[in-house]
Design a protein around this ligand. Sequence first.
Ligand code: APR
Length: 226
Amino acid sequence: MKNMVILTGAGISAESGINTFRDSDGLWEGHDIMEVASPVGWKKNPSLVLDFYNKRRQQLYTVKPNLAHYELVKLESKYNVSIITQNVDNLHERAGSKNIIHLHGELLKVRSQFDQNIVLDWQKDLHIGDVCKHNSQLRPHIVWFGEEVPMLDLAIEVTQKADILIIIGTSMQVYPAASLVQYITPKTPIYFIDPNPNISPSKQLTIIKEKASLGMSQLVEQFLTS
Ligand code: APR
């Protein structure tokens, strides 16, 4: 089976009703991204940060995977599919995809401030005073700006083995996620699905200027019938 690597960003969840980051002038749900998604913001106003992620977590229970998430699952019948997502939602899992690497963390997990290896499943709101076994405050299990990306090495390893790379709904502005494309071989074809692609076509790169659901339906038909 050929290895198919899928890199997804906020755009794949847009049709499920989750706002992207940069389609709204750097404001995310009315907040400056740095206030709610950086260690500085967390230090300055942890309650605001917790409230922000509590709302995102609550929202997750009101949305569903969309066609694009389900189309990706179909590819598993013919390809060895690995998804590398920048999204912290669980829509790939809920659609039924098997191999998912969350580069930027997960909304339904929290971790200890004392030891970042203490990661817990978390479904409800997180509050000041919710602590780990070492009595240290729990924080969202999210990779904030300026923080290390613990899953990066695994993502690089998977990308290096790609026979085909599909990129869906990302502005390719956030590193190191955007740099993953550098790890494919010069012969690996890239398909980029985005209604507003922030990238130029080349011999290696085919751009599909569509929303994720339509673009994925077209591509899946092409891959499953070829
Ligand atoms: N289908 C596909 N793509 C879409 C759709 C759609 N229906 N709607 C919007 N898009 C595209 C936009 O054109 C844009 O290129 O999705 C992309 C979203 O870009 P960003 O908002 O920058 O999201 P993303 O690239 O995932 O951001 C990366 O930035 O703030 C951090 O950690 C956060 O993981 C996030 C990272």
